[in-house]
Design a protein around this ligand. Structure first.
Ligand SMILES: [Zn+2]
Ligand SMILES: [Zn+2]
Length: 593
């Protein structure tokens, strides 16, 4: 959901530097920074007739075959230079913007099986297979292979991850995008699968699930082909390729006639995303508390009542209720709940749905922690909600000194205001900053507490230890190696959360003269996100390995790149135009982990 990380440089727009005018215009066009008309104008002005692409682009629109339609001419010109498999078009349950009724509408996909076959063909299969340095993911992969009937020792099997999320394009529209990446081998590139505007998502009362499920069904069909290693004869909707008039289907029919086999086989063993996406698209339990017990976790039965999510000790009762795949399915059935089509992907299990460290750590627990600590220090200097800017400026000064002392490349904060910490006089503190700034600030905060505050009281000591343990947790995850560093990260996380809960107990203690009631709002509040973070560090690490290895930073920058393209496209056609343009982009396959 994080959309603030705006795409600014060629690096993030997926664009490479070039000294060739045609290539330059192409990349500017495909990354959405020039319109069709501007590309034509630029190509004509360059007047470079030794550059074949530039020459073609100059003719787009006015002089091209489709008079007045620059976009189509440019796409035709670029398509001639692209050897990637064509887009796959099929009908998806969307909502008609005008009638608000559920309708089937064409949506474009880049199929996993064909895309992987293409890129493996451009490079070496060795670069795409084999799980490197991750025994936990290896065991997940082995289990998956056994389940779907593959031999994990075969040398042509790729392990894929899926990611999906939405981000805001404008006040009236958001974009949904799904992408895949290869977890085996060394290539860390993201491959777009499909993208569509939020307005198209079915809204019949199904919470969008008609749309998501019909997309997962296309993926099932695609992944079954990928698993078998054989080009399909029949489309996902039952029509044989030989009889289909859809875009690219005669190519598919011919490709199968020429060679039935794909160069690689594989499947999905990980699904990433933030909690709200998992809740809306996959029907996972949310954080608000569902049912009579107010359940608030999709990994176990923890709740707001008898299996408290705020119990972080090793003996916590919720630990007895961790959901296995079978347990999860039984629970869905017992509740009469919704079961997503994602569970029909070959060999896909509940444990593969991973919570993301960036979302529950950097953008979750850390932002609460930073907000609380900054507020407390400012208050110790005499701040109140209505009158505290001078004190906040002082905290900022200390943070800036810390950042310098820690030799950080960039100051993590340029200013602090009360509204960045608390949105109103009643709300609990939460700092509004980006994910990477939050991690840098955490280190500064440890230095500030050690250097400028007294650690004489039990409260001050606990507060310091919460900060210190989270610092150590990130340090072990980001800089440590092997199982031992992951185990110490797990212990740091648990210690921090237990101390946090002790601070919370103080805050709600009626005998404490400085409790929340005298203040009017909570400090050290605990959210289901704190609990989910513990899952990431304790049980998820055993499925996917170090969470830093698959946190969503790279995925978020892809959605950023997709968003920058949207203003030059018609929102009604994003489900076709984005994927079509994306396919034409030059792909750097050398990019490695
Ligand atoms: Zn619906
Ligand atoms: Zn849980």
């Amino acid at each position: 959901m994080q959309t603030k990380e705006k795409v600014k440089t060629h690096k993030y727009g997926g664009r490479e530097r070039t000294s060739n005018m045609g290539e330059f215009l192409k990349s500017m066009y495909l990354s959405g920074r020039l319109t069709g008309g501007e590309v034509q104008e630029g190509a004509a002005a360059a007047g470079n007739h030794t550059d074949a692409l530039c020459k073609k682009l100059a003719k787009a629109g006015n002089t091209g075959s489709h008079r007045g339609n620059c976009h189509r001419d440019i796409m035709t010109a670029l398509d001639q230079g692209c050897d990637r498999p064509p887009v796959y078009e099929t009908d998806i349950w969307f909502q008609d913007a005008r009638t608000k009724k559920r309708v089937k509408k064409p949506c474009h996909f880049l199929l996993v099986s064909e895309t992987m076959d293409h890129f493996v063909g451009k490079t070496n299969i060795e670069d795409w297979v084999g799980i490197r340095d991750n025994p936990h993911l290896q065991s997940t992969f082995d289990t998956w292979c056994n389940k779907v009937g593959l031999n994990p020792k075969d040398t042509d099997i790729m392990a894929m991850g899926l990611w999906g999320d939405s981000a805001v394009i404008s006040v009236s529209e958001s974009l949904y995008i799904m992408l895949a990446n290869c977890l085996s081998g060394t290539h860390r590139k993201r491959f777009w699968l499909c993208a569509f505007g939020k307005k198209l998502v079915c809204d019949c009362g199904c919470h969008g699930r008609h749309t998501f499920d019909s997309i997962f069904k296309v993926l099932q069909w695609d992944l079954e082909a990928f698993l078998s290693g054989e080009r399909p004869k029949i489309r996902d909707d039952g029509v044989p390729f030989s009889e289909s008039k859809r875009i690219g289907d005669s190519y598919r029919h011919k490709a199968r006639e020429a060679n039935k086999r794909f160069r690689a086989r594989g499947g999905v063993i990980q699904k990433r995303g933030d909690w709200s996406w998992h809740k809306s698209a996959l029907g996972m339990i949310g954080w608000r508390g569902e049912g009579a017990t107010k359940r608030c976790c999709f990994k176990c039965l923890a709740n707001f009542s008898n299996l408290s999510f705020m119990d972080f000790y090793e003996r916590a009762l919720w630990r007895q209720t961790l959901l296995t795949h079978e347990g999860f399915l039984a629970d869905v059935e017992a509740r009469g709940g919704y079961q997503s089509e994602i569970f029909n992907l070959p060999g896909f299990t509940h444990a593969m749905i991973t919570a993301d460290l960036m979302h529950c750590g950097d953008l979750g627990v850390l932002l609460y922690l930073l907000g609380i600590v900054i507020w407390e220090i400012a208050r110790e200097y005499g701040a109140s909600y209505s009158n505290g800017q001078r004190q906040l400026d002082h905290v900022l000064l200390m943070i800036r000194m810390a950042s310098k002392a820690l030799k950080q490349k960039k100051q993590p904060l340029n200013h602090i205001t009360m509204s960045m910490i608390r949105c109103n006089a009643k709300s609990s503190p939460k700092l509004k900053v980006k994910a990477s700034a939050a991690r840098h600030l955490l280190l500064c905060m440890r230095w500030v507490l050690e250097t400028f505050t007294s650690l004489d009281t039990p409260h001050a000591q606990k507060r310091f230890l919460v900060v210190k343990n989270f610092c150590d947790m990130y340090d072990s995850l980001q800089n440590g190696e092997g199982m031992e560093s992951m185990q110490s990260a797990t212990i740091n996380c648990r210690k921090a959360l237990i101390l946090w809960n002790e601070l919370r107990q103080e805050d709600i203690d009626p005998d404490n003269a400085d409790n929340w009631q005298t203040r009017g709002f909570f400090l050290w509040k605990l959210y289901p996100k704190h609990h989910l973070l513990q899952h990431v560090l304790e049980d998820q690490i055993l499925v996917s390995g170090n969470p830093v290895g698959h946190w969503c930073y790279a995925d978020e920058s892809e959605i950023g790149a997709a968003i920058t393209q949207c203003p030059t496209l018609q929102y009604d056609h994003l489900q076709k135009s984005l994927i079509k343009k994306h396919r034409l982009q030059n792909y750097k396959t050398e990019e490695t982990a």
